[in-house]
Ligand binder design. Sequence first.
Ligand SMILES: [Zn+2]
Length: 516
Amino acid sequence: MFRKSVATAVAIVFTCAPVLPALPQAAARKQSTASALDSATLQSLAAVAGQAMMQPTAYTYLEQLSDDIGARVTGSPEGQRAIDWGVATMKSIGLDNVHTESYQVFRGWTRGTASAELVAPIHRSLMVDAMGWVGSTPAGGVEGALVGVNTFDIDNEIKNNAASWRGKILLAYQQGQPPTNRMMGFLKFGDLLKAAQTNGAVAVIGGQGGRPSAGMHLTHTGALGFNVSYEIPVVSMSAEDQAQLQRYVERGVPVRIKINVQNKFSDEPVQSANVIGEIRGTEHPEQVIVVGGHLDSWDLASGATDNGCGTSTTLGAASAIMKSGLKPKRTIRFVLFTGEEEGLLGSLAYVKQHKDEMPNHLGAIILDAGQGAVTGLQLGGRDDLIPATEPFAKSLQAFGKMSVDDEVEFGTDTLSFTLQGLPGINLNQDTTDYKYTHHSAVDTLDHVSADVLDRNAAIMALTAFWIANRADRFAAPWSPEKTARMLVDKHDDELLKALGLWPFGDLGANPNGPAD
Ligand SMILES: [Zn+2]
């Protein structure tokens, strides 16, 4: 899905070091953290870390998923093959109660072909790929005049120009003052697409809301909202080609484009499913910490970094804890969600299907920011959990510095749990390279380092085991009032309302008017 952090990441990369052998400076550092976690906790975590680092499995799983299954769009036959693979793999790890939980996706979609060429003022082919869940041009394609649309000024563009868009191809670009809330800007783009469709435009170029594609000669596909589809074909174009078209538009040079996009929608809703397996708790089996990442991917390559990394670290974490032979006090439930790319469909279905169990949930630990090293734990608005979490984060320092904060991650399955008042724990990552592989034709296995991936799986296993095996309960859900209040204070309510995901009605409103 879309990510707050991709644009702002700071690069920190550590080579993995197993926890057990004490390095000189580690000894000094160990001195400072010893008091933080008691020795019994450290001992059990060391056992889990030892398995994760000395018998890693995540990269093996990722290779199977990327090269033997490949792209796995939600609701597609390949998506079903990935689900079957997930079930078989969880069973091979020895997890309990391995099963799938199905849910319905509003509409199925299959990518066909996409091509475009510049016809005037000069002739050359252009690099395009369709965004997700968009329609097609007439068979054989269509030719039209190009019209620039500034996505930083959508309301005026629609008001002043939409009536003249019939038969035109729109070029979305960004100019001038950006909207204060970038996410809201993403949603506003939906209004533009609706107006383009209604006024008879034949295609839209610039699927990232007009923002140039990251990387050289790369396109980035993706959904254009939560649970939405558009009949009008919308394509992502390489940055180089989009920039050339934008220069023509700015110079007032008449441009003609020929574009041919062929995709297919299903007539009926389609089925998908989440894959679930557990390590049952010994003392409080009814209490559950969810650990996961989304199994579905886009289809310009093999979805290795999005989100093969989250899927394989989840399975790698399960394997390490199982191999440690330790049984946690509470249940660790591993979930491979699907439907994430179409709007968190799988995790929203999960919290709905497990509504009665939510009071017994402790939170969810999610990895979905690509191939980079984990650099911290974001607790999804639960600032009350920072004091308890910091000593644990400190104990991981052989894996590198781990920040702890209460950032709410919107762009992945953490959000479904945050909306339940639970810590939607996002494993924050270095995303320096992720912006290139994210939803692009270079989302392939060779862009993932086995040592970084296995290290991330170790951190996921340790975080899950630490939460599940604590003497006291890590967290209970906040009340809807308190959760709503937190989201209002973080100015996240506006976006959630615009996405149709705000379940709190008027709760959380500041009695003294909007918070500063
Ligand atoms: Zn993802």
